[in-house]
Write a protein that binds this ligand. Structure first.
Ligand SMILES: Cc1cc2nc3c(=O)[nH]c(=O)nc-3n(C[C@H](O)[C@H](O)[C@H](O)COP(=O)(O)OP(=O)(O)OC[C@H]3O[C@@H](n4cnc5c(N)ncnc54)[C@H](O)[C@@H]3O)c2cc1C
Length: 476
C-alpha cells in the first residue's frame, strides 16, 4: 500500500454526468475532501466526445432535449453559455420500407404506416380496448402490456421488433416496466395526442454544445478541479471495506499503486454489479446472485469516415426493425460543423446493439463494416464502400438495462442491502439499473449534492428522491 489518507473523504465512484455533477456540487462545500475515481482516462461516461486530428466523435447520437428538467437545463446553460446551440430536429424513422419524421407528426405517421396497416391497426387497437382488464389490473410482460395498449398489428409491426433489438430478448420475457420508461412507448392515446400537437418543442428542436456533447463533462471537470476536488483518472476501485454498517475504506489502484482512502461517505455511480462485487466482506449469496442476474445490453459504435461533404439529409435515422443490425445512425457534422473540421469529409456513426462477448461485440471492425455496408448503400446513406477511408469502433458494455420479468425482485433484494449500509449512496444509470437521459443524470447528481450538504445520514427525503428517480421518462 503506497499511501493512506489521514482525513476521511467523500468518495465518488464514476465520472459520468451523474458522478461528475455530484462531485462538483459536493466540492462547492467540501473542496479537497471530495475524491472522484474514474476507470477511464476521460470523464463524461456515455456523454463523452473524443477527438482525433480534425474530427471529433460522440458516443452515438446525443442531443439535449428542450423538455429537459429545468434545474438540469439551468446547469447546462451555466456550463455552456454561448456554446449551447439550438438546432432544428430532422430525425427520420424507417418502418415498413418507408421513412417518417421522428418524433412523428400525424401525417408522416399515417403515411409511414400505410393505408392497410392504419385500417387494420386501428381495428386491432379498438379490439384491444374492448378486452376485459387483467385480473390484477396489471400486465406483467411487455408483450401483454403493449398489445393491450396498441393492438396486435402495431405491436407486431413496431413494438415487438423494437424490443427484440434494444433488449436482445423475447418481448414475452420482458417486464411491462420496459413499456413504461420510454416516452416513445407511452399509451397510444398519449401518442395520438402528441401526433396532433405539432408545436411540442422536442419534435422541432434540440440543443447541442457546439464542440460536442462531451463539453458538458469537460466544463464540470474544470469547475470541480478549480474548487480543489481531486480526480483520479485511469483508476480502479479494488475493494470497498465495510464495517459496523458503514463503508470504512476504499482501496483504489492508480498509477500502478494501491491507495487506501478512509471514507466518510461513498457515492457510487458505477454499475451496481461492480459495487456489489467490490464489497468486502461480500453481501449474502442472495444479494450477489441478484446482482449477477441484472443484465445489460451493450452498444458497439462503428464510425465510418467518408470522403464526401455529407452522407445524410437528417442528423439521425432510427431503425427499429430487426432486418437491420443497427438501431440508429447519425452524422455528427449535422449536429455541429465543428465535429468535422476538414473539407470534403464526413463521419457516420452506426449504433449496433449487441451483448458483451457475442459475435457482434467481438467481430473486427472490417467484418462489422461488411455486415452493414450493403444496407447502408441500399438505404442511400453510402454510395459505395470505396467512399469509406477509415473505419473504427468503440464499445460500451452497459447501456440498456435488460428489464426482464425477474428484475424488480432482484433489484429490491440489492436495494435492501444497500439501504443497510448507512453511508453508501447509489446514483446514476448504472447504479440504479436505470434507462435515463443526461438531464436525469444531472438531476441525480444535484440531489445527492444537496442531500449531503445538509445531512450525514439517509433521510426520508433521500428515500423519496430515490423512489422518484425510478419514474424518469426517457426521450429518444
Ligand atoms: C448511444 C446513446 C445515446 C444517448 N442519447 C441521449 C440523448 O440524445 N439525450 C440524452 O439526454 N441522453 C442520451 N443518452 C443517455 C445519457 O448519455 C446517459 O443517461 C447519461 O450520460 C448517464 O450518465 P451516468 O453518469 O449515470 O452514467 P455513465 O455515463 O455510464 O457513467 C458511469 C461512469 O462510471 C465509470 N465506471 C464504470 N465502472 C467503473 C469502475 N469499476 N470504476 C470506476 N469508474 C467506473 C464509467 O467509465 C463512466 O464514466 C444516450 C446514451 C447513449 C449510450
Amino acid at each position: 500500500m503506497s499511501r493512506t489518507d489521514s482525513e476521511p473523504k467523500i468518495v465518488v465512484l464514476g465520472a459520468g454526468l451523474a458522478g461528475l455533477t455530484a462531485a462538483w456540487k459536493l466540492a462547492e462545500r467540501f473542496s479537497s475532501r471530495v475524491l472522484l475515481v474514474e476507470r477511464e482516462a476521460f470523464t463524461g461516461g456515455m456523454a463523452h466526445t473524443f477527438t482525433d486530428g480534425e474530427i471529433s466523435y460522440d458516443f452515438g447520437s446525443h442531443r439535449i432535449h428542450p423538455s429537459s428538467a429545468p434545474e438540469a437545463m439551468s446547469v447546462i446553460r451555466e456550463l455552456l453559455g454561448e456554446e449551447l446551440v439550438l438546432r432544428e430536429r430532422h430525425g427520420r424513422l424507417r418502418l415498413n420500407g418507408k421513412y417518417m419524421h421522428y418524433p412523428p407528426d400525424l401525417a408522416s405517421f399515417l403515411k409511414g404506416l400505410g393505408l392497410i396497416n392504419t385500417i387494420r391497426g386501428g381495428a386491432d387497437f379498438l379490439a384491444a380496448k374492448l378486452r376485459p382488464p387483467l385480473e390484477d389490473g396489471r400486465a406483467v410482460s411487455y408483450e401483454d402490456c403493449m398489445i393491450r395498449r396498441a393492438g396486435k398489428r402495431i405491436y407486431d409491426l413496431f413494438y415487438a421488433p423494437y424490443a427484440w433489438k434494444v433488449y436482445g430478448i423475447n418481448p414475452k420475457t420482458l417486464s411491462s416496466h420496459a413499456a413504461k420508461t420510454r416516452v416513445s412507448l407511452k399509451k397510444p392515446l398519449a401518442i395520438a395526442r402528441d401526433l396532433v400537437m405539432p408545436k411540442r418543442p422536442d419534435k422541432k428542436y434540440f440543443y447541442y454544445p457546439s464542440r460536442g456533447i462531451g463539453t458538458l463533462a469537460e466544463e464540470m471537470e474544470k469547475r470541480f478541479r478549480d474548487l480543489g476536488g481531486e480526480l483520479l483518472l485511469d483508476a480502479s476501485p479494488e475493494a470497498i471495506r465495510v464495517g459496523s454498517e458503514r463503508v470504512q475504506e476504499v482501496i483504489v489502484k492508480h498509477d500502478g499503486r494501491l491507495r487506501s482512502v478512509r471514507v466518510e461517505t461513498l457515492v457510487s455511480s458505477i454499475p451496481l454489479r461492480e459495487t456489489i462485487r467490490l464489497m468486502d466482506p461480500g453481501p449474502s449469496p442472495a444479494v450477489t446472485e441478484s446482482a449477477r442476474a441484472l443484465r445489460w445490453r451493450a452498444i458497439r459504435f462503428l464510425y465510418l469516415c467518408v470522403n464526401r461533404e455529407f452522407c445524410c439529409e437528417s442528423e439521425t435515422y432510427y431503425y427499429p426493425e430487426r432486418q437491420f443490425l443497427f438501431g440508429r445512425i447519425s452524422e455528427p457534422k449535422r449536429f455541429s460543423p465543428y465535429m468535422v473540421r476538414v473539407e470534403g469529409k464526413t463521419v457516420i456513426c452506426v449504433e449496433v446493439l449487441c451483448g458483451v462477448g457475442d459475435m457482434f461485440w467481438r467481430m473486427d471492425d472490417g467484418g462489422l463494416l461488411r455486415h452493414v455496408q450493403d444496407d447502408l448503400i441500399e438505404l442511400g446513406l453510402l454510395r459505395s464502400e470505396k467512399e469509406v477511408y477509415r473505419v473504427f469502433s468503440k464499445r460500451l458494455p452497459a447501456v440498456y438495462p435488460v428489464y426482464d420479468i425477474p428484475w424488480p425482485d432482484n433489484f429490491r433484494t440489492i436495494q435492501r442491502f444497500l439501504d443497510s449500509v448507512k453511508n453508501l449512496y447509489a446514483i446514476g444509470r448504472g447504479s440504479l439499473f436505470l434507462h435515463d437521459n443526461m438531464d436525469h443524470a444531472i438531476q441525480m447528481g444535484l440531489r445527492i449534492g444537496e442531500h449531503l450538504t445538509r445531512n450525514d445520514t439517509k433521510t426520508h427525503e433521500w428515500t423519496t428522491a430515490l423512489a422518484a428517480f425510478r419514474h424518469f421518462e426517457v426521450r429518444d
